[in-house]
Write a protein that binds this ligand. Structure first.
Ligand code: GTP
Ligand code: MG
Ligand code: ZN
Length: 339
């Protein structure tokens, strides 16, 4: 019998997950203890609303007459930005009494490696990148995999076009080359100067979310679209040219033309290791006609004879950058521990 061997990375994840569980147990321990729910008789009738943002044991709920601050009823279960809820308004604070079924749930691993919901009922993901901070390798493809598996539409948005000097233009052009042919819209904005003409029409009648690295300008886009929103934005750190994680909670904004937009906190990395290989493959839409045509059923698409992906790259049907990205993501997936 082979010895049980786990990689350094796996051991780290296990330790992090245990730390996360302990931390959560401590958080859960004080649930309710310091929360005084409003007197039932002072609450209004049950009404529908949508969750704007969550703050610990409270949340803001958007209804047809504005935003209501509410407590969460203790047996409510988890609620996140975008959830459709039933609530009862109060004089000061109301109560959320129920959550409706979610159409979609966008998740990502937190810093402990546990899956966390980012937002519910999203039908369009706007992937924001910028010349600075420079996009992490494979980031766009990672978001596209998540978006395809969510069954949502994707838009790729290049912000800070004012920073596109010759070198940055070459980098961006190379990075974006595969996407128009795949049917993903690529748009350009200059949020800091109100240059958002291409974005506004795409948001109508969608529940969209802005995602991307910290400092690419997601919140600046919200402020440009909705001058009344007046949300805090943060400069990049001088020496590292990275964002400072200014936005800490996802927040939903109703759009004047119909539809809603969610601003989300910037990420350090977007791990997909909670997915399996089939989900990653399904996330590369141009692979669908290719994968399954390989000579070997368990083909790893890594130089095997008769590999259909290899042939598709050679014939130009699959862009080599996308194939490289796919291989990189698959290698990063969490492998089950060997018995
Ligand atoms: N040059 C330039 N700077 C911009 C543009 N849009 C936003 N910025 C700047 O980029 C910095 C970061 O903007 P934020 O909107 O806070 O970025 P964010 O993506 O919301 O960051 P997190 O909340 O940390 O995820 C701010 O200093 C903005 O003024 C742009 O079009 N051009
Ligand atoms: Mg922000
Ligand atoms: Zn293959």
């Amino acid at each position: 019998m082979s010895k049980r061997r786990i990689t350094h990375q796996q051991r780290r994840r296990i330790q992090e997950r245990q730390a996360a569980k302990a931390a959560r147990a401590r958080e859960d321990g004080d649930t309710g203890a310091n929360t005084t729910l409003p007197d039932e008789s002072s609450l209004g009738p049950e009404r529908p609303g949508q969750l704007v943002a969550r703050y610990g044991h409270q949340a803001d709920v958007l209804a047809d007459d504005g935003v209501h601050r509410c407590h969460l009823r203790s047996n409510l279960g988890s609620v996140v930005t975008g959830d459709r809820v039933v609530f009862r308004a109060g004089e000061d604070t109301g109560v959320i009494v129920a959550r409706q079924t979610r159409d979609t749930e966008l998740q990502r691993p937190d810093k402990y490696g546990e899956l966390r919901s980012v937002a519910a009922n999203i039908d369009q993901v706007v992937i924001v990148i910028a010349p600075r901070p420079e996009p992490h390798g494979n980031l766009v493809d990672r978001y596209l995999v998540a978006t395809e598996n969510l069954g949502a539409q994707a838009v790729i948005l290049v912000n800070k076009v004012d920073l596109l000097d010759e070198a940055a233009t070459a980098m961006m052009d190379a990075l974006l080359a595969p996407y128009p042919a795949l049917g993903y819209p690529v748009i350009r904005t200059q949020a800091a100067n109100g240059g958002i003409d291409e974005l506004a029409p795409l948001l109508q009648n969608h529940t969209s979310i802005l995602v991307g690295q910290s400092g690419v300008g997601k919140t600046t886009l919200v402020n440009a679209l909705l001058p009344d929103a007046d949300q805090r934005v943060g400069a990049l750190s001088e020496e590292r040219q990275k964002g400072r994680h200014t936005t800490t909670t996802s927040r939903l904004f109703p759009m004047p033309g119909g539809g809603t937009l969610v601003d989300s906190p910037g990420i350090r990395e977007f791990g997909l290791w909670h997915m399996d290989r089939a989900e990653v493959e399904a996330g590369f839409r141009e692979f669908r006609e290719v994968i399954g045509q390989c000579r070997f059923r368990d083909c790893a698409h890594n130089g095997e004879p008769g590999c259909a992906l290899e042939e598709a790259i050679d014939s130009g049907r699959v862009h080599p950058n996308r194939a490289a990205s796919y291989r990189h993501i698959v290698t990063s997936l969490d492998e089950p521990l060997q018995p």
